[in-house]
Design a protein around this ligand. Sequence first.
Ligand code: ATP
Length: 199
Amino acid sequence: MKTIGLTGGIASGKTTVSNTLRELGAVIIDADKIAREVVEKGKPAYVDIVSYFGEEILLKNDQLDRKKLGSIVFSNPCHLEKLNQFTHPRIFKAIDKKINYYKQNQSNRVIILDAALLIETDLKNKVDEVWIVVVPKILQIQRLMERDGLSFEEANQRIKSQMPTEKKIPFADRLINNSGDLEELIKQVKKIWGMIMRE
Ligand code: ATP
């Protein structure tokens, strides 16, 4: 069965789409979850991060203070590059391992790799198809503000810090249009599922 990379901008609806695909029978690899796992206390990426950024980026329980780390790296590109050097190869390796595991052990199932940075990284080369969730910017801002309790400016800033969706679209084998309500989105995903099941 196929391995499909699912991507799209922040709050575009990737999780909603992947949850629907899971219910339909796909196996989901959540890149965000893996990214959190590789920096858990004691893991090699954690050790590198603490030795570079210092113990002041730790919470009282010794886990990384992701918020603090985020504010440091997003205000300094050199620090961001360093953090990516510590984490990205390990995230990619873990994803690769998971894809290979599912290919061997769940070979009759569709594998979905849900990854915000699919296009920006080598992850796009690990999948057979790229699906992109597309949403009009105004709805994206609205949903992001609502979900994360952000102001208009904060939501806009987060969207602007990502690769623009227009630049990702040429890489897409399929676009999922999330400009309607949740019911329409789920209906669309079910229709696409039906199509790939017949391929
Ligand atoms: P992130 O990039 O932050 O992981 P995401 O792409 O996974 O986000 P979701 O979390 O699925 O996006 O969706 C963002 C928010 O918008 C959620 O609160 C979700 O319930 C809501 N949402 C998604 N699609 C719709 C829709 N069609 N109508 C209304 N709300 C929606």
